[in-house]
Design a protein around this ligand. Structure first.
Ligand SMILES: [Zn+2]
Length: 287
């Protein structure tokens, strides 16, 4: 009886945890337990690449999905927290790279959500990365964008307002989102940063025919990020904002919530602006 039940369970797909998808030797992604980070913002992503679920009484917003191969884990994580996939009304992105939006097409089908993206990233989403300006692009399944937006756009749902700040350079439409979260009766300004990482020789900062304005765009991104009030610093890569260490502190009962981190964004900007200026200097000699 026990053996036959076991065999039955093995034969039913999805009963046991999925085996780890292959994504190269440096892939740091494993499945982790989803959790509420702060206010109505939940982490439903993987150990490194993220997906955020922002919940409201009128439906939810998903920010990024990670790569398509991890989509099953993300969908499972949403349900583990007790939320329904069909209640996700909008999917939005930070930026159009495969490791952030590769799962959009499948997630859109699973949720029926409307896909909104910055005008600058819309062509890349529509052609699955073909028009990406980097020299070696990871392709992904193309997806239909339902609505594009520009700097300053606001997405409103169930009392939550998400404001889009275009911080270009990493991609043309790289979008940093800001919102207000409430934690233990207090309100905090949260920033969900879009990466400002340079791509080395894959996207030179000078004489770049595919993206002539790349250096000016990065300059703009740093200016915008410095202007934002950031009490809660969030990102879609765990390593960017110390997700793992902050979660451990939260699990240890630390108050106030360790995701409140006003120094996080300024420190991130200092580090990445330094890297940008160093490459700019090198590229000016090289190209
Ligand atoms: Zn990227």
């Amino acid at each position: 009886m026990v053996l036959s039940l076991l065999l039955l369970l093995i034969s039913v797909p999805g009963v046991f945890a999925q085996t780890a998808p292959t994504c190269g030797s440096e892939c740091p992604n494993t499945q982790i337990e989803p959790f509420r980070m702060i206010g109505n913002i939940h982490w439903v992503g993987l150990s490194d690449h993220g997906s955020l679920l922002i919940t409201t009484p009128e439906g939810h917003v998903m920010v990024d999905t990670g790569a398509e191969e991890f989509g099953g884990w993300v969908r499972e994580n949403v349900q583990k927290l007790g939320f329904k996939l069909r209640d996700i009304k909008y999917i939005i992105s930070t930026h159009g790279h495969a490791d952030h939006v590769g799962g959009f097409s499948v997630m859109k089908e699973a949720t029926g959500a409307k896909l909104l993206t910055a005008a600058g990233d819309a062509p890349v989403l529509a052609d699955g990365g073909k028009s990406d300006f980097r020299s070696d692009t990871e392709m992904f399944r193309p997806v239909k964008v339902d609505q594009t937006f520009n700097d300053g756009f606001q997405l409103r749902l169930g009392g939550t307002v998400l404001t889009a700040h275009i911080t270009p350079g990493h991609t043309r439409g790289c979008t940093t989102w800001t919102t207000t979260v409430e934690e233990d009766g207090k309100k905090y300004e949260a920033v969900i940063v879009c990466q400002v990482a340079i791509a080395g020789d894959r996207a030179p900062l000078v004489k770049n025919a595919r993206y002539p304005a790349i250096a000016d765009d990065f300059e703009k991104a740093f200016r915008v990020l410095k202007s934002l009030k950031s009490e809660v610093f969030l990102a879609l890569r765990s390593t960017t904002f110390g997700r793992e260490a902050k979660l451990k502190r939260m699990q240890a009962g630390e108050k106030p919530n360790p995701f409140i981190d006003p120094k996080g964004l300024p420190a991130y900007v200092v580090e990445y602006e330094k890297r940008f200026r160093e490459q700019l200097e090198q590229d000016r000699k090289k190209y």
